[in-house]
Design a protein around this ligand. Structure first.
Ligand code: PLP
Length: 392
């Protein structure tokens, strides 16, 4: 049996960093790690069930992201690869437009992809956002009108604040009106809000399994128009010629199983509002007990599981190990930045002063997080804060 991490040992409130396997995912994967080992590209009869399992998973992911057809889904090794692949699809085919636009609150995977193409001669522009992390649509339009843009890449749900891009369809229309194409980093969205890639008319959309109960090292890219002519990994023609390399079958099957769960969850308003109520309870308790505490992005629509709290006067660098010592695992922002203690670039982009950004903690709930755990988390946080404040 897979036991959700939050229910044993340390209290895990860092689901935006990664999640344990969702119920049923390991069981779905196991046959493909044991007896069902054949290569899905093999012509043998024995490989047929493996191929079928990969296609079932593709349908699951297609449903999750709101694709029109399963062939719009390509399996990848995770969010970072999906994002780099989208940039490749948009830019590698001799695009005459030489400009890339992204927000100043992107994940380092998107910033890294943009930098790669900057080094290949593209101009990269990171647009400022407002104090909640939302786009200035006038500025976007001005930028798109000023000179031809090849690709706009924008985060759908921010990994640190949880702030959601309000109207992806309208955003995509604005981008397309100026002849540019749109990639959306939806890595933090599955299971938290309904996804409608096809209706939104985004050109590419990236997801990553380990953020919603699938294993690490597997993800997917949605392509509005599947483009076999331009694989970003040249190889054996897998994934309809779009991504060479034998599929990671067990993980792909796990991704498909987790996608079905996440799809149901994201389309269950009762579940989503209960989840949000738990998050709000945590926030309210902390705000009432810690003078001057605040919530980044509170005025915007956020995914229901995420809160980014500012704790006055106490650097996260000090707080995090103490909280862990008391049994609460959370983070100071992007997990990828866990080893350097510079203030979060996302918060700085929101105009948050560096000393406030340095004292900010992200707590992100999982689908099984319950009220007892939320109350325990608030109690630990408040106790550690008071202990530090007394010593100051
Ligand atoms: N984009 C966002 C918003 C993320 O939160 C992450 C992971 O933290 C990524 C991209 C990268 O995903 P992966 O870890 O699967 O490469």
């Amino acid at each position: 049996m897979v036991v959700p991490l939050g229910s044993i040992g340390p209290l895990y409130l860092d689901y935006n960093a990664t999640s344990p396997l969702a119920p049923g995912v390991l069981e779905a994967m196991l046959p493909f790690l044991r007896e069902e080992y054949h290569n899905p590209s093999s012509a043998s009869e024995a490989a047929r069930p493996i191929r079928q399992a990969v296609e079932v998973a593709r349908r699951g992911v297609a449903e999750l992201v709101g694709a029109r057809q399963p062939n719009q889904i390509v399996f990848t090794s995770g969010g970072t690869e999906s994002i780099h692949a989208a940039f490749h699809m948009a830019l590698a085919t001799g695009n005459e437009r030489r400009k890339i636009v992204l927000s100043s609150v992107e994940h380092s995977a998107s910033k890294g992809a943009a930098q790669t193409w900057q080094e290949r001669g593209y101009e990269v522009l990171a647009l400022p956002v407002d104090s909640q992390g939302l786009p200035h649509l006038d500025l976007l339009e001005e930028t798109l009108a000023a000179s031809p843009v090849a690709l706009v890449s924008w985060i759908l749900a921010n990994n640190e604040t949880g702030v959601v891009l309000p109207d992806p369809q309208d955003f995509a229309e604005r981008v397309h009106r100026h002849g540019a194409r749109l990639h959306v980093d939806a890595v933090q969205a599955p299971g938290k809000l309904p996804l409608h890639a096809q209706d939104w008319q985004v050109d590419w959309l990236s997801v990553s399994g380990h953020k919603f109960g699938a294993p690490k090292g597997v993800g997917a890219l949605y392509e509005r128009v599947p483009s076999p002519s331009s694989p970003w990994l040249q190889g054996g023609g897998q994934e309809s010629g779009r991504r060479g390399g034998t599929e990671n079958v067990a993980s792909v099957v796990g991704l498909g199983a987790a996608a079905l769960r996440a799809h149901l969850q994201a389309n269950d308003p009762t579940f989503l509002s209960q989840w949000e109520a738990l998050r709000d309870r945590l926030e309210q308790t902390v705000l009432e007990a810690i003078p001057g505490a605040g919530i980044h992005g509170q005025a915007a629509q956020r995914v229901p599981n995420t809160t980014f709290l500012s704790i006055p006067g106490q650097p996260a660098e000090l707080l995090l190990p103490l909280l862990e010592g008391e049994g609460l695992l959370c983070s100071a922002g992007s997990a990828c930045d866990a080893n350097h203690w510079a203030p979060s670039p996302v918060l700085l982009a929101l105009g948050v002063p560096p000393e406030v950004a340095a004292g900010s903690l992200r707590l992100s709930l999982g689908p099984q997080t319950n009220q007892v755990e939320i109350d325990r988390a608030a109690e630990i946080l408040i106790r550690v804060f008071r202990w530090l404040a007394q010593g100051a």
